[in-house]
Design a protein. Structure first.
Length: 455
């Protein structure tokens, strides 16, 4: 039984602070920083827009009011019958009704440093009504001091007996430049706060969503790394647990085969078992390599300079015995001095060429020729393995590099599972190269492997 240790109490494994951890923390800090700026921007923008709109409106009204009419008001109950008062009250009330966001509109005057109402937009029956001459005892220093500059100003959120307000006031100035009255518009501060809270809530939701998304991606990435580590551990343990006893058995059988006292039938049986054990070792190695390829466990960290021409010549030398068994000649234009350097894994590249040569011999008719050629264009290394065997059908070509989809070449008497080509493509892809196949009845079958000169 395979035993792959895994500490479930440490969900992310024994790791130090890695690049992805730093990126995660930086992303979180960046999101929080942007959110803080967004909160500030929302608050500043909401206040600025509200204040500017109020000021523009109140100032536009102040410019059309007649200062001479203000001087006809006495700030007493006598004003109630004054036609000027009645006309101004109608105008102010109409302005307030036309601007639905306003709660109050009014005129104020100052006498002896105190602020009094001249008139307001409320009906006399309303409890919020202020009769002419009523002192505004809650007048703040900002309101009193705002009387002098002769420019519109805003009273930011404040409270009085009527509620919480944002007020914009503009002076009504006579010909001599004296402020004779202030016209004011009041907007409910609670409504203003509600708008701010809603906008801030959207910013908060966006912040939570972004932080959640980044955290989910971070956790998923960590989990994926854990799974990859478990797969690596499994493949490593499986490699040892499966191949070690088989290798020991092969060594024992090879020793027994040397025993000269064995009867011929016993020697034939041992030879058959030996060959089957060797085949099983090869199959196990292929399975483990397939598992590594499928789960992305092959790594480029161990890449070294490799002369692929030398690797291919070695594969050709070992493949000559296969060719002799079928009277097949293997020809190559790759000489002993040919150099085809790439960065890669020599052992895995050797497996690619072993597979291609083995298939070329397997599917070639007796007495034919398998040819190997090499083309160097400075930027890539291209190798071709060509045989004159039966062609591969279009249907098989479309799936020839997929596992368990080997060709069934009945005419050659050979059958394959497709694992060899599947692994070969994985290895070539791993080296950032390409492997292709062209086949026709007229020209035979050619496999082309192209590797970048600099990986």
């Amino acid at each position: 039984m395979l035993n792959v240790p895994y500490n479930s109490s440490m969900p992310f494994g024994k790791r130090g602070l890695k690049r992805e951890d730093i990126l995660y923390y930086v992303a979180c800090v960046a999101i929080l920083a942007v959110s803080a700026l967004a909160f500030f921007y929302v608050g500043h923008t909401t206040n600025t827009q509200t204040y500017e709109q109020l000021v523009r409106r109140v100032q536009s009204v102040a410019t059309v009011l007649e200062p001479a009419e203000m001087s006809q008001l006495t700030l007493s109950e006598a004003d109630l019958d004054n036609p000027v008062y009645i006309l101004l009250k109608k105008k102010i009330t109409a302005l307030k009704d036309a601007n639905k966001d306003l709660r109050f509109a009014y005129l104020m005057a100052m006498r002896n440093g105190r602020v009094y109402f001249m008139l307001d937009s409320e009906d006399p029956s309303s409890e919020d009504y202020s009769p002419p001459g009523q002192e505004y005892v809650e007048a703040s220093p900002a309101l009193i001091n705002g009387w002098n500059p002769n420019v519109p100003f805003v009273l930011e959120i404040y409270a009085d007996r009527w509620g919480n307000w944002i007020s914009a006031l503009a002076p009504v100035v006579n010909a001599s430049g004296t402020t004779v009255a202030l016209i004011g518009f009041d907007q409910n501060a609670d409504t203003h706060r509600l708008v701010f809270y809603l906008q801030s809530g959207l910013v908060l939701l966006a912040t939570i969503a972004l932080l959640s998304l980044v955290s989910m991606l971070y956790v998923f990435n960590k989990r994926e790394q854990d799974l990859v580590k478990m797969k690596e551990d499994f493949v490593a343990v499986a490699s040892h647990e499966l191949r070690s006893p088989l290798a020991s058995l092969r060594w024992s059988l090879s020793t027994l085969r040397l025993d000269t006292s064995l009867r011929p039938e016993m020697r034939d049986t041992l030879n058959d078992i030996y060959l089957r054990i060797c085949s099983l070792i090869d199959l196990t190695s292929t399975f483990l390599l397939t598992t590594s390829a499928d789960h992305g466990l092959m790594r480029r960290a161990d890449f070294k300079p490799v002369n692929v021409a030398r690797v291919l010549r070695s594969a050709i030398a070992d493949g000559l015995s296969l060719g002799k068994a079928k009277n097949i000649t293997i020809q190559s234009d790759i000489g002993p001095d040919t150099s085809a350097m790439v960065m890669g894994d020599a052992e895995k590249l050797r497996l690619v060429f072993d597979n291609l040569l083995s298939n070329a011999v397997k599917y070639s008719p007796p007495g034919s020729v398998v040819s190997i050629s090499y083309v160097d264009d400075q930027t890539s290394r291209m190798f071709q393995v060509h045989n004159r065997g039966i062609s591969i059908s279009k249907t098989d070509l479309d799936s020839i590099f997929k596992g368990f989809r080997g060709t069934n070449a009945e005419e050659s008497g050979a059958m394959g599972t497709g694992f060899g080509l599947y692994i070969s493509k994985k290895i070539v892809d791993f080296h950032r190269g390409t492997i292709t196949c062209n086949s026709s009845e007229a020209n035979g079958t050619t496999f082309t492997v192209t590797l970048p000169a600099n990986v």
